[in-house]
Write a protein that binds this ligand. Structure first.
Ligand code: MIC
Ligand code: SF4
Length: 675
């Protein structure tokens, strides 16, 4: 039987299991990517695992999320990351050099390779044929140490693109259309593979906008085949030698097919506060706009800023609106500056930010109260912009710029008609991506001698092995689609503690209930209860690690987001699925007991667990886990002694690790000891 592009790359990298949907497979990873807010834990765990050298073909550490360094703790994180990259053998991208996905695409992404990254938008280079998957940091540390990455074999779905985008419709509208159709859960357990005659009409940057935001569908990853457009793009980057021809076989079989006729698309917009609240721009046109931002890993590239610059040539941003451009990479900013576009934008009233994630997670450019912000980003979860009750819309650079000119949400087609001389800018690549490389430090250019840890860089907490008997209160009951931004927000006041788990855990779920952390600590054990798609959004493992640190033993949810569920296993928390009736019936504060010998049953492969509530009624919780995940869970998480020792045997080393207790009496892992 023929193979899809996804199956071809997976077969080439398969080290364990078979490519049967739903079965666990282990794959070899060629490249890894990590960033500043997940990277510190990646390297601390790499160290705790007793590993001393990167084993993948390539590893890259970016500093992109908190580049303003408002606090010494951010700068300490960056200094630690530079020292870790140098010590262990990774490339280091200096703060301000750009957003990991954008810089990686420019310098390292390559067709046919596998990549694992501790950021949920890692799938971005799928637009040029790389199979890239987001995961928690511990999985990245293990992959970087040479261990396989384990994942449930997803369904491969054919997204067949037909027709060609009409004027003013863009790649952003393709993915917004899919979000509107499929919802933020529509891609769970699936790889979205793009095929069809529409593919060749899209440039690589347009394809990467689509693969980037496939994450918002919950997809494991998204991928395009390669073609002349891919070759041309790689050659403009000076990396044509990495081109590989990747096509699905004629008789490849897909689990499902979704057809998108791009010629039917029009400018779309996601309204507050979920990326799948998608409507045509015309439906919300006329709403006054206070802020417009072009940037992020979805639409912050040279090719996204240039249309805005063209539209604003000899025009101005409306007096009632502020417009900011946050380039996705310094290279994009450098090329635009050299071509004179930066001056055009500035003259039009645009404010430039450094190349950073920044505003995407509420760091800088926080919207005013009761105001409307239009962004070319990928997420508009409530409060993520830095203010509760925000009103953030997601759209293409063209819609954002038209709205900035008009001062209200505007369909660019209407503005073009009104102005008479506004042409659709279309998409244009530069003659060459020849920006400087001064901000990239290769492993052989390392500048540090060993790890540099400031006072805010802590150790990684460890959980005790799973007990026979699990009981405790239902600590918090939550709705559907709780995001990792709810569990551990990423705003500046909190982000600076990403390397200090005891402190960070004080903010756990504070956006849902500000007393939660103290209540969990006091209860010393207990459960979270949630609706569907619990833990959607970011890959941040802190969203599992912090509840674990506070003593939470498990999560009872209608369903889980993929990366978050893997993170729960990695830190020893029991993820049980419950049905709607049970979810409705359990109240916050109820006494919950898992009746079975939990540790034994988890190891024995038991799928159904009896949950007794208030010693009064019983329900069933289902554990969907592979044998490997069950062992990790029962051991108390991947970092527990069994983990590193097993890894060291597999990697041919001889390591164990030391354990210590923090002031709350909880175990910490640090350093490595040779046994
Ligand atoms: C995000 O977009 O939410 C982030 C911030 O990039 C996260 C990573 C993090 O929490 O550090 C992600 O997408 O994984
Ligand atoms: Fe950065 Fe936002 Fe992209 Fe996350 S989604 S990597 S915060 S730009």
């Amino acid at each position: 039987m023929g193979q899809t592009v996804t199956e071809k790359i997976l077969s080439d990298h398969l080290v364990d299991g078979e490519l049967e949907v739903g079965e666990e497979i282990g794959i070899d990873i060629d490249q890894v990517l990590t960033q500043d807010t997940t990277g510190t834990l990646v390297w601390l765990q790499f160290e705790a695992l007793g590993l001393d050298e990167v084993q993948t073909e390539l590893a890259a550490q970016y500093c992109d999320h908190q580049t303003y360094q408002f606090d010494f703790k951010n700068s300490d994180d960056h200094r630690f990351l530079r020292s870790a990259a140098g010590t262990f053998g990774a490339h280091f991208s200096r703060p301000g050099n750009g957003i990991c996905h954008q810089v990686h695409k420019e310098h390292f992404a390559a067709p046919g390779k596998t990549m694992l990254g501790s950021d949920s938008h890692t799938p971005t280079p799928g637009g040029l044929g790389e199979l890239a998957i987001g995961s928690g940091g511990l999985d990245v540390a293990v992959a970087m140490g040479g261990g396989p990455y384990y994942i449930e074999m997803p369904e491969v779905v054919n997204v067949r693109l037909e027709g060609e985008l009409p004027e003013w419709a863009t790649a952003k509208d393709v993915i917004l259309h899919l979000l509107g159709e499929l919802s933020v859960k529509g891609g769970v357990g699936r790889v979205l593979e793009y095929t069809g005659p529409g593919v060749e009409t899209l440039s690589v940057p347009e394809r990467t906008t689509i693969t980037n935001m496939g994450t918002e569908l919950g997809a494991t990853t998204s991928i395009f085949p390669t073609d002349e457009k891919t070759r041309e793009y790689l050659s403009l980057l000076g990396r044509e030698d990495t081109f590989v021809d990747l096509q699905p076989d004629d008789d490849a079989e897909y689990a499902d097919e979704i057809v998108v006729d791009m010629s039917d698309l029009e400018p779309l917009i996601a309204t507050p506060s979920m990326p799948d609240n998608v409507v045509p721009v015309s439906e919300v046109a006329g709403e006054s706009v206070d802020q417009v931002i072009i940037g992020s890993c979805t639409n912050g590239a040279y090719e996204d800023i240039l249309p805005a610059a063209k539209m604003l040539e000899e025009r101005e941003v409306n007096k009632r609106t502020e417009m900011i451009v946050a380039p996705g990479s310094k290279q994009a900013a450098e090329l635009l500056a050299r071509e004179g576009w930066t001056a055009e934008l500035m003259a039009a009233g645009v404010n430039f930010s450094e190349a950073t994630c920044g505003a995407c997670i509420g760091i800088g450019h926080v919207p005013a109260s009761d105001s409307v912000s239009l962004r070319t980003f990928n997420r508009n979860f409530e409060g993520r912009s830095g203010i509760e009750d925000d009103s953030v819309y997601l759209c293409s650079p063209e819609v954002a710029t038209a709205s900035a000119i008009a001062g209200e949400i505007t369909d660019p087609r209407d503005l073009a008609e009104e102005l008479g001389d506004l042409d659709a800018p279309g998409l244009e690549l530069p003659d060459k991506y020849d920006g400087g490389r001064a901000d990239l430090i290769a492993p052989d250019e390392r500048v540090d001698d060993g790890l540099v840890k400031g006072p805010n860089i802590g150790d990684v907490p460890l959980k005790d092995p799973l007990e026979e008997h699990l009981a405790g209160p239902s600590l918090l009951k939550m709705d559907d689609n709780i995001t990792t931004d709810h569990i551990i927000p990423a705003t500046q006041d909190i982000l600076m503690y990403r390397s200090n788990i005891p402190k960070l855990s004080e903010f756990t779920l504070s956006r849902v209930d500000e007393d939660f952390a103290q209540r969990a600590l006091d209860a010393d054990g207990g459960f979270l209860v949630a609706g569907e798609n619990y833990g959607q959004g970011s890959s941040r493992e802190h969203a599992a690690l912090c509840p674990m640190y506070l003593g939470v033993e498990g999560v009872l949810a209608r369903s889980f987001a993929r990366i978050h569920k893997a993170n729960l296993f990695n830190f020893g928390l029991l993820p049980l699925e419950i049905d709607e009736e049970t979810y409705e019936k359990i109240e916050q504060g109820d006494d919950i007991e898992i009746v079975d010998d939990v540790a034994g049953a988890v190891r024995a492969g038991t799928e159904e667990f009896t949950i007794r509530v208030n010693d009064d009624w019983e329900a069933t919780g289902t554990l969907e886990a592979s044998a490997r995940e069950r062992e990790i869970l029962a051991d108390g998480g991947k970092l527990r002694a069994a983990g590193p020792l097993a890894w060291s045997v597999e990697l041919g080393g001889s390591h164990a690790y030391r354990k210590n207790l923090d002031e709350k009496g909880r175990s910490l892992a640090f350093g490595s000891l040779t046994v």
